[in-house]
Design a protein around this ligand. Structure first.
Ligand SMILES: *Cc1c(COP(=O)(O)O)cnc(C)c1O
Length: 352
């Protein structure tokens, strides 16, 4: 049992209006924090007002990107129960990620206790809006004040919450993607498979350029040949050719999404052909020519399942013909979140 000290804010903020909520604009009043040193392990678990902690600018998290985050959601059922979607899988992913950048593991038990306690504490921040949720952002960061490049001896585990609406301002409109052939997100042997800050810093310029060209998001290609599809922004990628759903394999350069994993399970249970394999721009262009390119979509915690209406690259462009797979998968997940269908797989974890 993890003991959590509590200090309530003296200055609670007004809850934001549900229109204009957006994604990640607002944080709730309190955060969870625990400290780590090699000698003491994780100590001093606390829920405190969000503005009470300072980060030293000499910390490895600030100087060298020694940071790792997670992103999951708490949903409320129509009966009023708050539940987390697969928090155990997020906790395990954070443990795996921390090994790659020499940070201490956050025990899954601590992760779960922290997330549940904070969501319970801030339950009245839950946004009553369709597609809304409390987005949970756990972060592991190096805090030792030391300018040499080596693993830090001090760390912080922080959890914050953001009441969110649906991720994309455009709502249900299909995304237009630009496949990037110059800049790369990740290379074999690198850190593309973990949610570490630097991956997102290195993605911004390409996203900016794609937006200047009139696209919504970047589709990343492999670092070597620039022809194999990898993933989109903060979503994993799916291509439906005929009656087969294809998603790129977890070969170390893409993030292993919990949503991706859930969709694979759902598709296979329903007898729909789902393949984890490499897929190239050429294969997509050929499928398009044959009339077999039915759907492209992204999957991730923030946007759940998002259809893609166009994919363009230097040398080609395709518009999937359309189909109902993305919509069906999304509806099944949203029904599960809202408690409208039975949770047969034990994915929803109640916040007591
Ligand atoms: C978080 C993330 C995803 C999606 O993962 P989920 O667990 O489904 O939210 C995909 N790609 C990247 C780069 C991500 O950061």
């Amino acid at each position: 049992m993890i003991e959590i000290r509590r200090q309530r804010t003296q200055h609670p903020e007004a809850k934001p209006k549900t229109e204009g909520l957006g994604f990640g604009r607002f944080l709730t009043d309190h955060v969870f924090i625990a400290d780590h040193t090699a000698e003491s392990g994780w100590t001093n678990a606390r829920i405190v007002p969000k503005a009470t902690e300072n980060i030293d600018v000499a910390a490895g998290s600030v100087q060298y990107g020694l940071s790792l985050f997670e992103g999951l959601k708490a949903h409320r059922t129509s009966a009023g129960e708050l539940r987390l979607f697969r928090p155990d899988a997020h906790a395990r992913r954070m443990v795996e990620g921390s090994k790659r950048i020499c940070m201490p593991a956050v025990d899954p038990e601590l992760f779960l206790a922290a997330v549940k306690a904070l969501v319970r504490e801030e339950a009245d921040w839950y946004p009553e809006v369709t597609g809304g949720a409390l987005y949970v952002r756990p972060t592991l960061l190096a805090t030792e004040s030391f300018l040499g490049v080596r693993p830090s001896t001090k760390h912080m585990f922080n959890v914050m919450l953001s009441p969110v609406a649906h991720y994309y301002a455009k709502g249900e409109n299909p995304l237009r993607l630009w496949a990037e052939k110059e800049l790369v997100r990740a290379a074999p042997g690198g850190t593309g498979a973990i949610k570490t800050g630097g991956n997102y810093a290195s993605s911004l310029l390409a996203a900016q350029r794609a937006q200047a060209r009139g696209f919504d998001q970047v589709l990343w290609l492999d670092s070597h040949e620039r022809r194999w599809l990898e993933e989109v922004g903060t979503m994993n990628l799916w291509v439906r050719i005929g009656d087969t759903a294809i998603t790129p394999p977890l070969d170390g350069t893409i993030l292993g999404g919990i949503t991706r994993n859930s969709l694979l399970t759902m598709l296979r249970e329903q007898g729909f052909k789902a393949e984890e394999r490499r897929i190239s721009l050429d294969e997509i262009a050929e499928a398009d020519k044959r009339g077999d390119l039915l759907e492209i979509f992204g999957s991730g915690t923030a946007a759940v399942v998002s259809p893609v209406g166009e994919l363009t690259w230097d040398g080609g462009s395709v518009k999937p013909k359309g189909g109902d797979l993305a919509k069906r998968l999304r509806k099944e997940l949203e029904d599960l979140f809202a408690g409208r269908i039975e949770d047969k797989r034990g994915w929803m974890v109640p916040v007591p």
